[in-house]
Write a protein that binds this ligand. Structure first.
Ligand SMILES: *Cc1c(COP(=O)(O)O)cnc(C)c1O
Length: 404
C-alpha cells in the first residue's frame, strides 16, 4: 500500500476508486465546481483554519475526551473498551464538526441560506446551530415519520430560528428528505448552500465532510497514545452515511496493525425494507449524485430502508467506505435493532452514559468484539452522539422489557 494512498483520495473528479464522482443535473455543474474551487482555497487558508480551530475549542468544547469504560470492560472480561466522547460536543453529536466548516465556507462564498436534510434531527440541529452562529438563514427538510419520532430535535431547530420543512412522500424518512432538499437546492443554488449531512452526495461533499470530521481521529491518535502508550488495536464506529466513522478512521488507515470496523444496521429483519445494511447487502449503483454501494431494486431505484436509529437508515453510503470495503481495509459488520437497544441500556447502566441509538450499534458490535479478541487488546469506539433525543422513543417502545 502506497504510504499516501488514502490521504491523496479522492482524485480530482471526486472518485475513490470506482466510487463517488458527480452525477448531477447540468445546471448544478458550475455551482459544485465553484464550491470545490473555494473549498480547495479555504482548506489551507490560515485565517479559516484558525477560525475553525477557535470554534472547535470554545464553541464545541473540543477536544472531546477519551474515556476508558472500565466497568463495561470488566464485565465482559475481554478487550479494554474506550469511548471517543463525541456525545459531549455542543449539540450532542459529531455533526457539529462538519456543519461549522460548511457554514464558514457558505458564508465566505456570500451565500445567505443553509439548507439540508435531517434524519434523527441531529444534522438539522447542528446546522441550525451553525446557521445561528454565523448569521445565515436555515431550512431543514425532514421526513414526517422522523418528525414524530424526534420531537425534541424538531423543537430545538425551531428555537434556533430554522424552518423545518416536513417531507410527506414515500417512507417519509431520510432518503425522501434528501430528495426534497435536493429539489429545493436545484431551484436556487446561488443564494442557498446545501450542507450535506454526511460523507455522501456529489464531489466535493464526501471529501469536504471527511476533512472536517478528521479532527476526531487526529485528536484520538494523540489522546490514546498519551493514555496507553500506543494506538488502539481496533476501531469501531457506526455507519449511516459514514461521516463519524471516516472521521475516526482516516488518520489511522495507514496503520496496518489496526483492525477497523464499520457497523451497519440490520434493523428488524433482512427482508427488503426492514434494514439499512448497505455495504453488506447492497450492490454498486448511483444515488443522490454519486456512486456507492446501494440497496436498490432491479431498476436501480433505491430500496426502502429501515433502522430503529433514524440517523442510520439511508440506502446509500459514503463512496470512500464503498472503496474501503472493496480493498478490505475496513470490515463492515451488522447489528440489529434489539442488539442496539440492549447496548443502549448496557452502556447507560454500566458507565452512566446514555448513547444515541446510532452509537449504540457501535457499542453492541464492540461488546461482541471485546469477547472475541480477548484480554490485553483495546477497542476504541466513536461514541458519535448522546441519547437524550431517543429517551422518550426508547421508553415508549422498549420500556416494558428494561424498566422496572
Ligand atoms: C447522524 C448520526 C449518525 C450517522 O451518520 P454518519 O454520517 O454515518 O456518522 C451516527 N450517530 C449519530 C449520533 C448521528 O447523529
Amino acid at each position: 500500500m502506497n504510504k499516501n494512498s488514502f490521504s491523496e483520495m479522492p482524485n480530482k473528479d471526486g472518485f475513490f476508486g470506482d466510487y463517488g464522482g458527480s452525477f448531477i443535473p447540468p445546471q448544478l455543474e458550475s455551482v459544485l465546481a465553484e464550491i470545490t474551487k473555494e473549498y480547495e482555497e479555504i482548506r489551507t487558508n490560515k485565517d479559516f483554519k484558525d477560525e475553525l480551530a477557535m470554534l472547535y475549542k470554545h464553541f464545541v468544547g473540543r477536544p472531546s475526551p477519551i474515556f476508558y469504560a472500565k466497568r463495561l470492560s470488566g464485565k465482559l472480561g475481554g478487550a479494554d473498551i474506550y469511548l471517543k466522547r463525541e456525545d459531549l460536543n455542543h449539540t450532542g453529536a459529531h455533526k457539529i464538526n462538519h456543519c461549522l466548516g460548511e457554514a464558514l465556507l457558505a458564508k465566505k462564498m456570500g451565500k445567505t441560506k443553509l439548507i439540508a436534510e435531517t434524519g434523527a434531527g441531529q444534522h438539522g440541529v447542528a446546522l441550525a446551530t451553525a446557521a445561528a452562529l454565523t448569521g445565515l438563514e436555515c431550512d431543514i427538510y425532514m421526513g414526517e415519520v422522523d418528525i414524530a419520532k424526534e420531537h425534541p430535535n424538531v423543537v430545538r431547530m425551531k428555537i434556533l430560528g430554522a424552518t423545518v420543512v416536513p417531507v410527506s412522500h414515500g417512507r417519509k424518512t431520510l432518503k425522501e428528505a434528501v430528495d426534497s432538499a435536493f429539489e429545493a437546492y436545484l431551484k436556487d443554488p446561488i443564494t442557498q448552500f446545501y450542507a450535506i449531512g454526511s460523507v455522501v452526495g456529489p464531489h466535493p461533499f464526501p471529501m469536504m465532510v471527511r476533512d472536517f470530521q478528521q479532527i476526531v481521529g487526529e485528536e484520538a491518535k494523540v489522546q490514546f497514545k498519551e493514555m496507553t502508550g500506543k494506538y488502539p488495536d481496533n476501531l469501531v464506529a457506526c455507519v449511516g452515511g459514514g461521516s463519524n466513522a471516516i472521521g475516526l478512521f482516516t488518520p489511522f488507515l495507514e496503520e496496518e496493525n489496526i483492525d477497523i470496523y464499520g457497523v451497519e444496521p440490520s434493523g428488524r429483519s433482512l427482508e427488503v425494507g426492514d434494514h439499512a445494511a448497505t455495504l453488506t447487502y447492497g450492490t454498486p449503483g448511483i444515488i443522490h449524485g454519486f456512486k456507492c454501494y446501494l440497496l436498490q431494486d432491479e431498476n436501480g431505484e433505491p430500496e426502502k430502508v429501515y433502522s430503529v436509529a433514524s440517523g442510520l437508515d439511508y440506502p446509500g453510503v459514503g463512496p470512500q467506505h464503498s472503496y474501503l470495503k472493496d480493498i478490505g481495509r475496513v470490515k463492515y459488520e451488522c447489528i440489529n435493532d434489539s442488539e442496539a437497544i440492549d447496548s443502549f441500556f448496557e452502556l447507560s447502566r454500566s458507565e452512566g452514559i446514555i448513547p444515541a441509538i446510532e452509537s449504540a450499534h457501535a457499542v453492541a458490535f464492540a461488546i461482541k468484539l471485546a469477547k472475541k479478541v480477548g484480554k490485553g487488546k483495546s477497542i476504541l469506539i466513536n461514541l458519535s452522539g448522546r441519547g437524550d433525543k431517543d429517551i422518550d422513543f426508547v421508553v415508549e417502545n422498549y420500556g416494558d422489557k428494561y424498566i422496572k
